[in-house]
Write a protein of this length. Sequence first.
Lengths: 308, 283
Amino acid sequence: MILGRLLQIAITLVILSACAYGVIGLMPGDPIDVAIAADPRLSSEDAARLRALHGLDRPLAARYAAWAGGVLHGEFGYSRLYAQPVATVLWPALLSTLRLLGLTLLVAAATGIGLGLIAAVRRGTATDAAINGLAFAAMAIPAFWLGILLIILFAVRLGWLPAGGADTPAALILPVATLAIANLAAYARHTRSAMTEALGELYIRTARAKGCSGARIVFRHALPNAAVPVITLMALDAGALVSGALVTETVFARPGMGKLIYDAVIGSDYNLALLALLLAALVTMLATLAADLAQMAIDPRAARRARA
Amino acid sequence: MRRFLRRPGGLAGAALLAALVLAAASAGWAAAALGQDPFTPDLLGRYGPADAAHPLGTDELGRDVLLRLLYGARVSLAVGLAAALTAAVIGTVIGLLAAWAGGAIDAVLMRVADGLLALPALPLLVVLAAVDPAHIGLPTGGGADIVRIVVIVAIFGWVGVARFARAAALSVLRRDFVRAAAALGVPGGAILRRHVAPNVMGPVTVATTLAVGNTILVESTLSFLGLGIQPPTPSWGGMLANAQEMVFAAPLLALWPGLCILLAVVACNLVGDALDQAFNPRA
């Protein structure tokens, strides 16, 4: 199963890289155009010579094959924007994004599951309605607007936290809060419906009849059964989380993968954009795979379904 | 329909949506009534406070904020609806095709859908949105901009609808009355039209309504990043991009466009959820 999934990931990456390579050729300004803009003394003959020198006059498929061959041999090339090897630029950005996403996942899942639990136990009350309303609003709120609002409140008005920037713990609070709020609604809604279903099962009635305490029933009997759909959600949400990282990092000027992709695309740094995009896709797919494996470890039925 | 109207959430969402559409439609009339032009900069009237001439004040170029919000509503709602409908049509066709053909075609189409779902959407959208339409010989500017965003969003948007349509079609195709029709010699096209399509409509309508809200979010995000609707055409996301640079000088500028996006998305989701419950009363 794992081998099959890894193969699928590899195929997706190959197709994605070919498509992205083709698409990126359609963006404004190829490297030679940029070089000409930087140095007015270059004539059109110089430009043609440079194109031939760098192989830019060859057909697209041949250029893609040469590029992909290089990448497979570990030659990732240089970033024009940062004037550094791409690997040197990507590595710290990846770590920064993983830190942001890891913290966000913890906060979003813990808060979302907590709210969902409360809503399920207090089903039909005003508390339930309030949590449901909050989740509804959190799902519809544009993450970048939420980020701006938090900046206005906590950085501009109150001056408690920095409005953005690098990796001090204080600078992480607002981005994590933004991304967590934008993602916790799904956890709350899924936990609520899974818990509601679990609390209606016969074994819960049995436990109650045995005289189990309310807390014991919720945490020992119902919660483990409600965990499965929530972990499924983690697998489904990996892509949304990485997408959210792009927005959050841009709003808070955090040097992560999302902002790197954005800056590279805007700054016509195509080699960097391409490799950063592929890395982001790879990380997303591996995270999804990890969540699927965790689900199978918890729920043997899921493992049987995957084998079937 | 009656079941839909009995949901208070659906009714509220529909009313909110209707109000937004009315507001967008009244943009030209409001501009005339206020005697303001939301497209011409007025450098002497920058960051104006709210008054009779400018009910929500003016922005960083002295343009009326309320009017720009109304014109932005046209763009956001039009893009949201057009992209969601495009995605719905593509998705329905692909979903029905997969369910009907089965076998290798189904497997390939669903693998493509899985692959698209597994990828982080926004980084890919950013790359696609950065394509210079002039490079592939397409027109640029105003209306072409909207078409460009609709196409880009639809490329990723069809997956959800396709899965709903396929699942619904598969469950119908297995039912006895469809088998009976096939056994009686009813041609495939007629079965699709008479039996499958009506049963697929419900889930597809729900998925499309929810997609409208999502599309408005995506468009505003792209416009916020400077890759969506290009200035001077007002869009809610673009207004927020300008406002973010001004959070110290004019924090209120950042409030209104975001509120509009939030209301529009909430309205679509409310309607979508109510439709969902109306079509599946037991769920």
